[in-house]
Design a protein around this ligand. Sequence first.
Ligand code: LLP
Length: 382
Amino acid sequence: MFTKKQIDHFESLETPFYFYDLELLKNTLQQIKKAAPSNYHIHYALKANAHPTLLEIIRNAGLGADCVSGNEVKRAIECNFKNTDIAFAGVGKSDKEINFALDHSIFCFNVESIHELKVIDQLAKNRSTKANIALRINPNVDAHTHKYITTGLEENKFGINPYEFDSVLEVLKTLENLNFTGLHFHIGSQIQDLNPFKNLCSRANEINKWFIQKGYLLPHINLGGGLGIDYQQPEKQAIANFEDYFGIFKQFLELHPSQQIHFELGRSVIAPCGSLISRVLYIKNGINTNFAILDAGMTELIRPALYQAYHKIENISQLTSPNTTKYDVVGPICESSDCFGKAVEMPVTERGNLIAIRSAGAYGEVMSNHYNLRDQVQSVFM
Ligand code: LLP
């Protein structure tokens, strides 16, 4: 829900832009701190949104950083995250990226293959340093989410499979420039049913016990991110239920008391705070369908086109209008997939009306692009 002051301000601005509600972000971070026990360390996944203004607030709340590229590691450092709070994951880290992270002595590399272990070891040796590494494990746990954002199944490219564990330990014994410090899991994103996290706990317990039996009591276990948000009803649950989420791990994770527990949350931290604000350029009435054509498109927010994702769409210039009708809300890009919502019930809509596309703070602005030589989308903070 936007305040009148916010909407009046939007009216004076050029569209499209991302609007971020900083109060909601701060309240969300407070809820996270309240719900997480003291041995839970939360890294914010920069891939969801790496805007420095947002990162500063997130860092001030005491979260660490989870990065998936050298440039994200660089951004985290520039935004004053402590090096020792930065994890670096990703299935294809380049030598340049690894070297950059080695030079900054980050908390941990989450390593996804035996081959990568050998490369990081060699690069660390070249720099006469040691790299802290965690093994990213593929636990074969179904996240029951969209298949493009399912990462913990054997068929996915991510992580090391349990049948490789013996070979991993053999190889690790020969790699003198690695400190083996943890296990890492991440099964997917936008997970709303908490059962997959329960299954993740069982697998993490088994796998952790296996490593302990082999003589590796590892200092940290990282359970990744993935907590989903309610895209359908952004007002009803503006802050994800972190209590229930952490509650699952409190109840089902059985680690050694010395082991620290890490998470990497992206979407649940930042998605609800952001909306894409655009204007209606044209109304086009077809025989079966009315089109509301916006000045924002899949170049600014690709999630509907890529994952058939639902985002609530509101005409915020006509909030009190009683007459409604249905529109296909589309962008200006020359692709039929450039559609934010079909048969969206809205007040009778006119050229110039402001349209808010809600819950777009995560994987919105960061995935925007310049297809059709579109301008860089702007951001507004309040
Ligand atoms: N850790 C790892 C290793 C990840 O791959 C991800 C997300 C996260 C943490 C953070 O997950 P979150 O808490 O945000 O669910 N572009 C897609 C989402 C891609 C997620 C990629 N990995 C979307 O718009 O839905």
